[in-house]
Every structure is written in C-alpha cells, then in structure tokens.
Design a protein around this ligand. Sequence first.
Ligand code: CA
Ligand code: CA
Length: 354
Amino acid sequence: MYTSRNTKVTLFNYFYKIQIILGYYYLCINATKDSSCQCISKLNRQSILVPRKEYCVVNNIKFDANNVKEEQIKQMVKIDAGTYFIGTNNPVFVADGEGPKREVVLTNFYIDKFEVSNKDYMAFVSTTGYITEAESFGDSFVFENLLTQNMKNKINKAVAQAPWWLPVKEASWQHPEGPNSNITFRMDHPVVHVSWNDAVAYCNWIGKRLPTEAEWEVACRGGLSDRLYPWGNKLMPNSQHKANIWQGNFPIENTEKDGYKGTSPVTRFLQNKYGLYNIVGNVWEWTADWWITKHSHNQQINPIGPSSGSDKVKKGGSYLCHKNYCYRYRCAARSQNTPDTSAGNLGFRCAIST
Ligand SMILES: [Ca+2]
Ligand SMILES: [Ca+2]
C-alpha cells in the first residue's frame, strides 16, 4: 500500500509546481473573504490529480478496544456513554459553524490523553516505511518566525494575506523547519506536518481511529457545561498558563510567557477533569468529520458529520493562536483543511470505540 504511493511522488511534484500557483490564488481569494482569522484554515493543497487510496473509511469501521494493546489503553481515557452538549449559542466566529449549542448522545469511547508524539509516529514509520504527504509533495507550510534567516532567504513565496506562512521545501514531520532541522530533542513533542490521510494511516496501524468532532468536543469539555475552555471560562486561573498558545503581538512578537515559542511536550499542559493534555493549544487536531457549518438543532446519536465533503474538521487551535488573531483555543471553535494539507501546527490524537 505504501509502495504504490511512493511511485506517484514524481507525478505529484510535476503537477504541484503548476497547481501551487493556482493554490495561492485560491488562498488569497478566501483569505480576503475571511479576515477574522488567517490561521491555516485556508492553507489547502490543490494538487491531487491522481486517484489516491484511502487507508480506510473511518466512519464505517468498527474498532474493538480489546484489540488495542493494554499499554495503549493506559494512555487513553474513557469517556462514558451519555448525553452531552456541543457547540455554543454564543459563537465568536459565526461563519465557522460554532453554533448552535446542540445535544448529542454518545456511546462509550476512549480518547488519547496526549497528542500523538514524534516518538509515536516514528514507531509507525519505522515499522511500515510510510511516507507522509508532505514528503511526497516535497514541502509543507512553516511559520516564518520559526525559520532561520538563512532558510527565509531561500524562500521567495508566501501565502497571500498571511505572509508569515511559507512553503518550505523538504519540511516534514522529521524536519519541521526544513532539511536543516530535526526532532532529536523533540521526540516528546506532537508530530506535525501530518495530513489527515497521514493521521488516519497512523490510527489504523495502531488499531485506533480519529475521534469524531462530537467525541473530540465532549472530551474537550471535560464534563463542564457552557464553558469556553476545558478547565472553565478564565484563560489563566490563578495566573497559571493552561495551554500553549501565543503571548505578545502576533505575528511579530512572541513573548513565550507560557514557556514555548513553538510546540511543547505532549505531556506539558493538563487541562481538564478527564485527564487530557493539550486538547486546546499546542497543535490543531484532525477529527474524522467532513466540514460543514450548518448544524441541526435536533439531538443526534453518535453523529459522524456529513458523508462527504472537501475539507476535514480540525479542533483546538495551536501555539500560534492569540485572542486578537485566532481565538480558536476554545472547545466550540473549529476550522478546516483539505485532507492532504499539512503544516507545522497541525497534528492529531486517536480514539477507539468500546
Ligand atoms: Ca506559546
Ligand atoms: Ca491540541
């Protein structure tokens, strides 16, 4: 399966050179429409011209917790079956489909305590030889201020309306800021530059799946109701940083008051009563659902989102989020990317059904 993908690399790259131009035009148009946030919600690759194999159709697969190794279960928390609320009637970004507040009924599920780390992903790649889409395409998006001046001097393109996002050649999960960077001292940090397809491939390999958006948000809320964050409504209770986000004047000044300019270890910020870390902040997290912005007010049982679409839902915001720029480190907040998009602030965690 992985070998057949490798044979398409050359073709990907050929068409990519042409389509990246069209891609930036697309990004420019859409960024102009949505001035409320220029995170990476509009950073989408436009270059898939050959049929690709899905590793699975997540929503149609039944997973059995008994098949997942015991040590894996220890790294997860069980969310009990029940009736919960997701969404909000006080949306910050109405166009994102943060509302309305709506009732969902979920069956038992487990979700990872931590974002999937570089160490985790390396185990997958070492075993399977998997090639991520960033590696296939030959580049990925990196936040400018994480690059050395030497690297920036080599790049003459940037994303319209969000010029701090640069397409960096050979940026990948093993080289987050390009070929001269590495993850040697970041093995406990979240894996980044992984597309939705790359995330699904990992989850399948380890016997898990991506959480649905409803599962992710219920997990985020930690048993609280009508709260902004996993721990409550106050961003910094007792003056303590609860998440790895941006402090300072985005995008030119990052005071790093939470201790991190980029990613933090996946074990760093415990955020709610369920025992989840970095469920908001650090890196955005892919969910299984296709993206829509119109939601029914009616109660839904184990909702899995629409059956098809062009973008996948991501949740939680990242180390680049600031209230004045991308106030999306809230449980109800959401954004989207095409399944083949990757960037330096986008990762995932896995779930399983019971
Ligand atoms: Ca930070
Ligand atoms: Ca996160």
